[in-house]
Design a protein around this ligand. Structure first.
Ligand code: NAP
Length: 309
């Protein structure tokens, strides 16, 4: 009896020691998607069809927004899209910005456009977003595109959740009937993601937010845990079930002398304690982040295909 019990003990120990996770490589998947887009652009060119054209509206001179926009322009160039940058001073009135949006809405040569957020406080993000023509809304932020997630044929899906769904799909992660727990319920990340997981992936979904009592009670029951809060290290190893799939959407710039550049981008998940328990996990950076730009490109291509079949 004693020998048998020791044997079980050793076996358990070995199981724990050999636990390993698969790192979900968003950088690689986004590169694959860009290659696929390039092929589709080349085909359109060969067939004499219009090439995708993305316009980017940037208001003010916020450094982080400039970096995001530069990356979007670089990505457009890399896949052969046309692009137009439209810059405005942060003193522009809401009314004037609305007029520019109208102009882009009516410009047949522009297939999709985005208004880079944040906007100055005197401009209503909601009013500006709703002014964008839904079939040109390649960020997928308008009410119509949000609502179309639950239709049989969604128009243009919110870019970040679309990227997350693409990661789950390309890593063959089983979602049907699984318990997906989404932490964070914002309009651009958590809320649309929870709808996509229900409608498109047939998961059973729980949404948590800042009023959720005993968050760990919910996260521990997740087969798939998806976190979009903006609080570095919110999710620790003790809050995660053994074998869970963990998707970290959070990206927060944390400053400190311990980082080579004086700052680093951190996710919402404490990777060190969570990864050993996970079956699949996204790193930050290099997980969901690169997928958001890939989704923007996919949406732009789709907008072109819809407007210029
Ligand atoms: P947000 O609008 O501030 O929303 C945060 C959400 O988290 C809200 O629903 C909030 O609840 C909830 N929350 C706050 N504290 C919480 C807590 N202690 N426990 C549980 N939930 C809590 O932020 P967001 O725009 O969704 O962005 C979230 C994070 O994702 C940020 O780090 C952002 O940078 C990142 N992000 C990354 C990408 C990417 O491309 N990788 C794209 C988008 C966002 P309430 O609704 O009750 O306020």
């Amino acid at each position: 009896m004693l020998v048998q019990s020791n044997h079980i003990h050793t076996f358990r120990l070995r199981m724990i020691e050999t636990t390993s996770y698969t790192l979900i490589d968003g950088k690689k998947v986004s590169t694959d998607i860009k290659t696929e887009i390039m092929q589709r652009v080349a085909e359109r060119k060969e067939q004499g069809k219009k090439l995708p054209h993305l316009a980017i509206i940037l208001v003010g001179d916020d450094g982080a927004s400039q970096t995001y926009v530069d990356n979007k322009v670089k990505s457009c160039k890399s896949v052969g899209f046309h692009y137009t940058m439209m810059r405005f001073a942060d003193t522009i009135s809401e009314e004037k910005l609305m007029k520019h949006i109208d102009h882009v809405n009516n410009d047949d040569d522009v297939d999709g456009f985005i208004v880079q957020l944040p906007l100055p406080s005197h401009i209503s993000v909601e009013k500006i977003t709703e002014k964008i023509r839904p079939d040109k809304d390649v960020d997928g932020f308008t009410n119509q595109n949000f609502g179309s997630i639950i239709s049989k044929s969604p128009l243009l899906m919110p870019a970040t959740p679309f990227g997350v769904m693409e990661l789950l799909r390309r890593y063959n992660i089983e979602t049907e009937g699984k318990h997906a727990v989404v932490v964070g319920a914002s309009r651009i990340a958590g809320a649309p993601l929870s709808m996509m997981l229900t409608e498109q992936a047939h998961a059973t979904v729980t949404i948590c937010h800042k009023y959720t009592k005993d968050l760990a009670n919910f996260t521990r029951s997740a087969d798939i845990l998806l976190v979009a809060v903006g609080k570095p290290g919110l999710i620790t190893g003790d809050m995660v079930k053994e074998g869970a799939v963990v998707i970290d959407i959070g990206t927060t710039r944390v400053e400190g002398p311990q980082f080579a550049k004086g700052w680093a981008i951190k996710g919402d998940v404490d990777f060190k304690t969570v990864a050993p328990k996970a079956s699949f996990i996204t790193p930050v950076p290099g997980g969901v982040g690169p997928m958001t730009i890939a989704s923007l490109l996919l949406n732009t291509l789709r907008a072109t295909e819809l407007q210029h079949p």
